[in-house]
Design a binder for this molecule. Structure first.
Ligand code: SDX
Length: 386
């Protein structure tokens, strides 16, 4: 006899748990489609390869927030709004100066993002689009500012011109980036923007499901992305490559990988809950990693990466994910490893905000069940007898 979920919970009907919600379809969405067998990723109908070739991060933001590509006027309008809202409230700047310089940048970003909510207290609660623009515009400023302040440098104020990628590198390094560096980062922002029901997006939609605000949803999502099994993997990949670097340019990445596997350690940057083949995003990042590492004299990073890739394929039939080659790309761009997940965040805000808006348009509170495996109705023992 099947029991209606809404009237009761008979655990005899549910004798198993989908640990990690593996394979559970919890929402419908137009934001992205992932074919894990074919290695295909589509944002709102457009293949990631087509967007990588033709689009920009600003255009992908519009696509994810409006379910369609913009015309030139619409793109110019969104770009202008993103350019002119990069400034931070003084309370956030004060926080960035006050927080411990040794703090994890993702912890700082999570707190500063939550503080941004005070800049929108006069906006109507349903101003999701404007709030999405405000957060997307300000995250790069927070990241670049903390990076400089913790190093004893002055914060570089954002320009009200240029792309998100251009302005982030300008604020981070204190000098205008070259065209190649801007294009490389812009492509990375496109590739990291959206990826279905990953852990941080699920967190975002769960918070949205209670009709809470976008800042709460994004703060929770940043907390989820920070984890090394999710967005934190790119920083962990760089730590692995730096372990090899410490062994010298002749380090044996094959033996290094096999040794970790023998110890049952997870090799960061490999494997995926959905992709059971090469992550299509990794293909673009691999090309960038090869060219950038060679241009900057770090070709051993790419060589080691390819040795690890081959070893993981041979030993575990596991392919790289988006985090594997992004580490080498960012390192070759001179970005500090503990900022890599922050860069993931300043891109994924676009997907999170798109999912938040989608949830608000057709909401149902997210509230799964749990199979109780504890004792029931025990006698209450006096404390003396415990
Ligand atoms: C991202 O969900 C998304 O879409 C996320 C993301 C996005 O854009 O939002 O794509 C971004 O988070 C990419 C993933 C980044 N994380 C890592 O690189 C961390 C390392 N990867 C693993 O922890 C793992 O692959 C996960 C967590 C990503 C996925 O793991 P699953 O689906 O839970 O699979 P599993 O851990 O149950 O592994 C299945 C088997 C196990 O072997 P057995 O115990 O069955 O013998 O594969 C092995 C695992 O040990 N395995 C690995 C491995 N990944 C899986 N073994 C070594 N190294 C790995 N990286």
């Amino acid at each position: 006899m099947s029991k209606d979920l809404h009237t009761g919970f008979d655990e005899t009907i549910y004798p198993y748990i989908n640990k990690g919600l593996d394979g559970v379809v919890a929402f419908s969405t137009t934001k992205s489609f992932i074919d894990g067998q074919a290695g295909e990723l589509i944002y709102e109908g457009y293949n990631i390869d087509v967007l990588a070739e033709n689009s920009s991060f600003e255009e992908v933001c519009f696509l994810l927030w409006n379910d369609r590509l913009p015309n030139q006027e619409e793109l110019d309008d969104l770009t202008h709004k993103l350019q002119t809202r990069r400034g931070l409230p003084q309370v956030v700047i004060d926080y960035l100066h006050a927080v411990d310089k040794e703090s994890n940048p993702m912890s700082v970003l999570r707190t500063a993002t939550s503080m941004l909510s005070q800049t929108d207290i006069h906006l109507p609660d349903d101003s999701y689009y404007e709030k999405a623009i405000n957060i997307t515009a300000k995250l790069p400023t927070i990241i670049a500012a903390f990076s400089r302040i913790r190093s004893g440098q002055e914060m570089v104020m954002p320009k009200e011109t240029g792309s998100t990628a251009f302005n982030f590198l300008y604020m981070l390094n204190g000098e205008e980036p070259g065209t190649q560096a801007e294009k490389t980062l812009d492509l990375c922002l496109i590739l990291h923007a959206e990826h279905g029901m990953n852990a941080s997006t699920f967190t975002c939609r769960t918070v949205a499901g209670t009709l809470s605000d976008l800042y709460s949803a994004v703060t929770g999502a940043i907390g989820a992305l920070k984890g090394p099994l999710h967005g934190g993997a790119n920083t962990a990949v760089m730590k692995m490559l730096m372990e090899l670097e410490a062994q010298g340019k002749d380090a044996d990445a094959v033996a290094f990988t096999k040794d970790k596997l023998a110890k049952k350690e997870k090799i960061m940057g490999f494997g995926h809950r959905v992709y059971k083949t090469f992550d299509p995003r990794a293909r673009h990042l691999q090309k960038m990693a090869q060219s950038l590492s060679e241009e900057t004299g770090h070709e051993e990073l790419y060589r080691w990466s390819m040795d690890m890739l081959t070893t993981m394929k041979n030993e575990k039939n596991i392919d790289p994910n988006v985090d594997f080659f992004s580490a080498t790309v960012y390192y070759s761009m001179g970005i500090q490893p503990d900022l890599y997940t922050c860069i993931f965040t300043m891109s994924r805000i676009s997907g999170w905000a798109g999912h938040y808006m989608e949830q608000m348009a057709n909401n149902r509170l997210v509230r799964p069940r749990a199979l109780y495996v504890g004792q029931k109705n025990q006698d209450y023992p006096p404390i003396e007898s415990r």
